[in-house]
Design a protein around this ligand. Sequence first.
Ligand code: BGC
Length: 752
Amino acid sequence: MKKIPIRLLPLAICFLPLALFAQKTSVQNIDRRVEDLLAKMTVDEKIGQLNQAAGDISTGTDVKQDNLLNQIRAGRVSSVISHTNFSNKITMQRAAVNETRLGIPLVFGFDVIHGYKTIFPIPLAQAATWNMAAIEASERIAAAEAAADGQNWAFSPMVDITHDPRWGRVMEGAGEDPYLGSRVAEARVRGFQGDDLSLPNTLAACAKHYAAYGFPEGGREYNTVDMSDQRLRQTVLPPFEAAARAGSATFMNAFNTLNGVPASMNKYLVTDILRGEWGWKGLVVSDWDSFGETIKHGAAEDDADASAKCLSAGSDMDMAGGTFQRGLKKALEQGRVTQAQLDEAVRRVLRLKFSLGLFDDPFRYLDPKRREQTLEKPEYRQASRAMAAESMVLLKNDGGLLPLNAGGPFKKIAIIGPYADSRGNKDYMSFWTLGLGMRQYDSTKVVTPAMALKPALEALGFEVTITPVCLDAACTEVDYSAALNAARAADLVIACIGERGIDCGESRSVSTLELPRGQERLVQIAARGNKPAVVVLFNSRPLSFPWISENVPAILVAWQPGFEAGNALTDVLTGKVNPSAKLPVTFPRSTGQIPMYYNHLGTARPQTRLGEIWTSGYLDLPNTPAYPFGYGLSYTTFSYSDLKLNKSVINKSETLEASITVTNTGKVAGEEVVQCYIRDLFADISRPVKELKGFEKIKLAPGESRTVTFKLKEKDLGYWNHQSKFKADAGKFKVFVGGNSSEVKEAEFELK
Ligand code: BGC
């Protein structure tokens, strides 16, 4: 917030009540305008306002040739989803405003997942920065670009927690932790919406997928979810509640069933919790045809039944399915939904359109000049590059192999692997970059490692070769020998391996976390050249690579970094940027350990050694992960000392303060994410072994120390119990502070 100079304070105080009043009247104003309009609408027009039609990303057609324009003119379309063609959007808006009886403008929705025209790192990578200001700023940029291109509504943030990295959509969320997930959810909502939805550079946000979509059985997309209410409330709902409280204008239903009930017709989720307990007032849109899919789930008989069930659960708008168009009027005529329920849903749609300023100026977001001035500004690329570098997690750096500097023992570097220089498959991104187009896109916008790292290393005096083996396909013997030859001719190997961009995201579940397409073997064979290697992973999910973990001295998780992949990688490998990212998800040793997450319950029979029987473990694998939640190295080192609590006993109205001194014990400046966890040692039910309750990212010069203090209140110590009650139990707690979830200092206190 801008500071007001002291001399203007009296003036500000005078105007403050006016400002508050103005805001209040403007909300009332909207409500009044909504009621006026609603009173004029026919049932068909109302049902039309609940219909969202598919745009050119899925139809592939120009609106002048398809039927969409006629549907709009007939008042049957309220919103268009995923339309890229800018002039088409103007044509459609004109039809809605000038050629329908009431002239209600369209609202354009779009999946803005990690950037719009300027592509940022995938959301999971962004979460690895633990830098909420940077995340918010990235969504500000995405919103500015999308809004300038005629979009009004982002289907984002995706705030689903998951414990299963086989699920392809793990890349879209903030990982496994509800506390971190909540902070990220708020940052994204703020980033998209700013504080005024009617500004032409903000978008309405949409928290999705409500709810529990991240827990499909077997990690299989769209599959059944069955979970206790305790887990739902403790683990899944917090980021949704955070998004609601941050003012997310809309929510999206999930595709899945939850305990047998499809999420779109789940009254408990939508009406009781979201609108009831949280008092949230926004619009709920279905996921793609998820109203219609209630029929396929066997939970509704036909369109009328599905319409009745979804509308009366509290869901409002039908995305791309046409179920309401076909079935809602019948449901109304049969008395299965009331006129009042229909009106309430329509009110929410109209309120959204009024808040976006669309009634005041339907073409506010369709200004060709602003579009031209706004898209792909060079500073957006800079922000994307900085964030990509900040998101890269250094997993291993034996012997200080990195950063690479010219004075070191290596002269010749071989950059090998499918992602050394890939120019297709949405590599270094994901298919969720629809602003670039779905199928055809301009891949020259992506900076590959070959384009950036090679010249940068050459400028430092290295000799560099690029051997980008096995693009587009699984690695073969030919690739393996090419990689080995390249490695033999070099002093150091940089292996760029991972996943294809098009294999990340929705409906991209996998059955194994092993490095796909023969790439672990590629590294093994290249290692026969006996040269030290740096493995750079371009990945969208935790992968398992036991041989690499064991044998390769340096490993960097680069994720899918977006347009600036090669530049950001260069910044990190050359030490221009000191890695500071921390894993927002656990990396298991093997697929068989799933579900694996740090905040699990303890067991009554913990395993103390591998293979020990009568304990909870495996005969063939330890219970520990390959890399724990919150983990990540730096080119410097940090020590933690002197964990102090201000009190050893607190009552329910007091605040516990836990302070720790963090020192940069290395030779270069670095940033550290200091993490604070608690454990409720005994409660009415079993509680997790650790739960994140706070974090702070600090920057320290070599030798510098700083004291970081975390404050914990009763609500931080409370939990949802098996009777769906939130409470904090008196008794002993532990507090842990450290640089990841497993290496911590600890102290004990009591809540009276
Ligand atoms: C996805 C949503 C997305 C929607 C629109 C669905 O398949 O689950 O996340 O917003 O499509 O593209």
